[in-house]
Design a protein around this ligand. Sequence first.
Ligand code: NDP
Length: 289
Amino acid sequence: GKTPVTLLGLGAMGTALAGTWLAAGHPLTVWNRTPARAAGLVAEGAKGAGSAAEAVAASTLVVVCLLDDASVGEALAEADLTGKDLVNLTTTTPDQARARADWARDRGARYLDGGIMAVPPMVGVPEAGGYVFYSGAAELFEQHRETLAVPVGTRYVGADAGHAALHDVALLSGMYGMFAGIHHAFALIRKEDIDPVEFAPLLADWLAAMAQGVHLAADQLRSGDYTKGVVSNLGMQVAGTPTFLATAEQQGVSTELLLPYFDLMARRLAEASGDEDLTGVVELLVRGE
Ligand code: NDP
């Protein structure tokens, strides 16, 4: 038969995950701090547990999807984790994940940490491309791979329990930089007779084309040669920054999103060659400057 699953946490994400295991025929035990949220799943065949400890006792494989690391500690405080396979899909920092892995091992459990690269509507929809980064106990991952792949795809990124969270946060950090650029671009055209809906595909296509630059940057970082394959060099780009700042000012738009990055570009140019790519900025960031 299918592997029994216990799931703690029936928020938006937990509820979406739970539905896929039920639909795939896995015996499912659920627990939520606010019991009312379990009613729908219980009506569909899940077993509702009266406490987190009772839910943990019901299955070897215990998946946790709670608000934050503190809520995981609280929810599992009374549970006996001896011999359990604990899979923590709660978003945390890498250090919190590592500490939680030690905590789980001290209580006799194997531990796998996850970072969910999906929103609830993508769960159970393979075409949507969502997945979870996993790191920690490789044997746990191998043993439960099929069960873990039921809600969304899986990507194991190593034995260091913090690496799933690190991958998750790194991708989302890249996203916030992109959002910042998108918002600045819309702000520039906002007061003009330019339809944002007509402008949007131009911006989206440009960003998609420029996103390919991550591969060149990776190549430069691996070799340590920031002049490798340069198309638009740092000297030229720094010379162009006044145009971007003046345009923002002419449009009455704040320069606050552009300035920190332009500042890093100028500082890199001051210490390195203008023939480099923008990738040399990573050096400044890694030095914490
Ligand atoms: P929700 O806010 O919808 O649900 C939070 C859940 O945590 C609820 O089940 C809540 O219980 C429970 N909870 C909060 N505090 C405690 C506590 N002290 N003790 C026990 N239970 C507690 O969040 P989501 O379901 O959306 O998110 C869950 C996790 O998934 C988060 O770490 C989030 O970052 C991650 N995630 C979410 C995504 C999303 O798009 N939603 C995307 C990627 C990751 P109660 O019902 O009693 O309040």
